[in-house]
Design a protein around this ligand. Sequence first.
Ligand code: P71
Length: 474
Amino acid sequence: MPTKRSWAEPYKIKMVEPVRMTTREYRERAIEEAGYNTFLLRSDDVYIDLLTDSGTNAMSDRQWAGMMLGDEAYAGSRSFYHLEAAVQRVYGYKYVIPTHQGRGAEHIISKILIQPGDVMPGNMYFTTTRLHQELAGGRFVDVIIPEAHEPANEHPFKGNVDLQKLEDVLRKNPKHVPYVSMAATVNMAGGQPISIENLRAVRDLTRRYNVLLILDATRVAENAYFNQQRECDRPIAAIVREICSLTDGCTMSAKKDPLANIGGFLAVNDQDIAEKARNMVVIYEGLHTYGGMSGRDMEAVAVGIDESVQDDHMHARVGQVHYLGEKLHGWGIPIVLPVGGHGVFLDARAFLPHVPQEQYPAQSLAAAIYTDSGVRTMERGIVSAGRDPETGEEHKPRLELVRLAIPRRVYTQAHMDVTADSILSVYEGRERIGGLRITYEPKYLRFFQARLTPVPVELKHPSKEEQLAPVRLI
Ligand code: P71
């Protein structure tokens, strides 16, 4: 029984990469120079890198062997046919259009399906997905269940769609909903899964209203692990296949589940959409048999896809994430519950209740964690949510989170322990962490390049000097 076994890794380590430890003084300078934005740190200054699980996977010996066999032909690369066969076998879609990464696929599907004024309902926004929908003239509408916005709510499928909300959107916008997008798992909610039961109900609704259902399959194997544990005890590969069979197509970032460092694809069942996508891919990505990937990249993705749906792999992968999450939860540190598939998400509102959302508490917490230990995390709150393109007002998401994303097959249990210890020490000194204000922000996806600075502390009886002093981040 998979649930009874330890989550110990089903592999051993063949090659290692040194990581660098720095002093607290060094890190204080580094984070200041990075504008208190962990995206702007140099990775050489990071000890344990939990910024993202995207493209940071350790590849297997079989993937590396595949890299050597990559066919770098401009057209008709053998490696493309391997990739196409893997996608058809594991996910079951008919047509495969390769792209350089997930957002390449999002760009193409948005351009093909969305007309200005259209509305796309989905289970919580993802930054790049929503932006491509908006750039195509559409508007994203969140139809996720309300529980997804409550960090402490332990609903087992917080990625589920609120069916009533979805039906309202479909009813009120006849002919203006080109597709419903459904992500498995939901990144911004904390890596939370959808249930197959809910997906089936969404499928019925989309059939009734004659709209397409497009899956964000980036972490679908992690979703299937939760379905296996909580809903139906079947092999992950079979569940992945079923999820995909309930949708009309998918966008995929091969940098996550498929265990590669770069890559992605769009896969659909409709020939007409596939033809349009093949036509579009040559404009933005590359020929339809490489789409921005080298032959060796496609080979690594093809092998990784098969590895990603193996029960042993996923048991260890999510097991490691849960090991960290349960440790923090056990110490009373506020995290999103249940623990998700690809990372542990700190609830910055509860962690720093004295920092108002306008002062970017999650961003400040991420900076404080880096300063404490060199562990790099990512803000997933108001900075990530950006601004409404029409009004210019900041989106104010209810979830104000710091994500500790765990790269696949990269770190050990001891790294998880060091990380947990650092979070605990930051938690113990949380009252000394203040807020930030933005000094520079780019127009699109501001979180990548924004720069911030600490806001002065409000002391009870401050001297003039103290009034102007920046908050010490722990
Ligand atoms: C993650 C990423 C990478 C990322 C993207 C944007 C801001 C910060 C970090 C990428 C995803 C994703 C989902 C559900 C599509 C993409 C885009 N996630 N859907 O979590 O999580 O894929 O990065 O390959 O273009 O760190 P791409």
